[in-house]
Write a protein that binds this ligand. Structure first.
Ligand code: KG4
Ligand code: ZN
Length: 357
């Protein structure tokens, strides 16, 4: 039996230092051998957000230890690696450079191919780590820095259907959490606090809900929350606001996904209807439930990565590396770190430009 490819994945685009090893199994499916993520939450907590210089330092201090741990847990060694895949963008350039250069150096020393991975492509493919999904599929990518609907036509083939014109969904969660006095990173905490509140208590805006196709907007929500928090006095009111915000996010994503379904069907017909939701915010259980319900109503198959693979990790980077490896898509060592790197290279930049519909 021929040796199945083993790919080393490295991720350092923001505040997680992560290294993973995956191997293709006999059925052609990816198998995670190890997946180590070191979060820097404690470092950035006191600043209320990620401080790039501190993040880069932490990556430098940790990356070799994390890589060693990944090998120790995987049961394979350096000589078993067939290719090294590292995130090259988008992200903070000082952070990206750490993992990217570490990956390039390893590839050179092992005399193996180097593969530069788009972090967003890692998220886009992440549900394939636990289920078989064929192209094309509709993707809702909701993370801390990005929120977009994409038609995924194949590896490296993306057509953007909609994007946020201001904040990302994760950013909306984090900013709301901050206004509610919740410690960074507040997104996941909102979901917990929301359980104690009444979601009908505050009527929050749903910006551009009936216009702009499946483009998204969350900035108006933050402004409304800022106004309300000024008058909030009790703990219960805080829970009610968290619940109302959570509910509004669910409704925005539900309604905009419905629009995206229509656009996807116009492009791909009525047969292959798969809806993949990925990125940090896809870990939100209520959002998963509401989008699963929509899929049932609209006859789409819903697919989510496991909760622990929604946030940043290197298994998804290794997976993108594996798919590229199988197509012999290798990169030069001169491949630069790219702070901006769109999946759909033809998509126009919408952020801040407003919508003219
Ligand atoms: O994908 P990710 O780990 O990093 C980026 O690529 O941005 O996403 C991080 C974002 C943060 O904004 C975080 O607050 C949000 O995902 N997030 C959540 C939940 N878990 C993480 N938002 C809502 N509910 C959650 N359970
Ligand atoms: Zn991410």
């Amino acid at each position: 039996m021929s040796k199945k490819p083993v790919i080393l994945g490295i991720e350092s685009s923001c505040d997680e230092t992560a290294v993973a090893l995956i191997r293709e199994n006999n059925d052609g499916e990816p198998e995670i051998l190890s997946n180590i993520v070191s979060s820097q939450v404690d470092i950035h907590k006191e600043f209320g957000g990620v401080v790039p210089e501190l993040a880069a330092r932490a990556h430098i201090e940790k990356i070799d230890l994390i890589a060693k741990k990944a090998f120790d847990e995987s049961g394979v060694n350096l000589n078993d690696v067939d290719a090294v895949a590292a995130t090259a963008g988008p992200g903070l350039i000082v952070c990206l450079s750490v993992g990217l250069n570490f990956g390039k150096a390893l590839a050179v020393s092992l005399n193996k191919p180097f593969i530069a991975v788009n972090h967003l492509e890692g998220h886009a493919l992440s549900p394939k780590l636990n289920s078989k999904i064929n192209y094309p599929y509709l993707l809702l990518l909701i993370s801390g820095g990005h929120s977009q609907f994409l038609c995924v036509e194949g590896l490296g083939q993306y057509k953007r259907l909609g994007t946020t014109i201001d904040d990302a969904a994760g950013e909306a969660f984090d900013k709301t959490a901050k206004l509610l006095g919740i410690e960074f990173p507040g997104g996941p905490q909102i979901e917990i606090l929301a359980k104690k509140g009444d979601p009908t208590k505050f009527d929050l805006p749903k910006p551009i809900i009936n216009k702009g196709g499946c483009n998204l907007s969350f900035a108006g929500l933050k402004t409304a929350i800022l106004r309300i928090t000024k008058n909030i006095k009790t703990k219960q009111e805080k829970y009610d606001l968290a619940a109302s915000f959570q509910k509004t996010m669910e409704e925005i994503l539900y309604q905009k996904s419905k629009v995206a379904f229509k656009e996807f069907k116009n492009i791909n017909g009525d047969k292959k209807k798969i809806f993949v939701v990925a990125g940090g915010v896809a870990a939100n259980k209520k959002i998963r439930e509401s989008l699963t319900k929509l899929c049932k109503e609209e006859n789409f198959m819903a697919s989510f990565p496991p909760i622990n693979l929604c946030g940043d990790n290197a298994a998804m980077i290794a997976l993108a590396g594996l798919e590229k490896f199988k197509q012999k898509q290798f990169d030069d060592l001169s491949f630069p770190a790219k702070p901006r790197w769109q999946l759909d290279k033809d998509a126009i930049f919408l952020k801040g430009s407003g919508l003219k519909y």
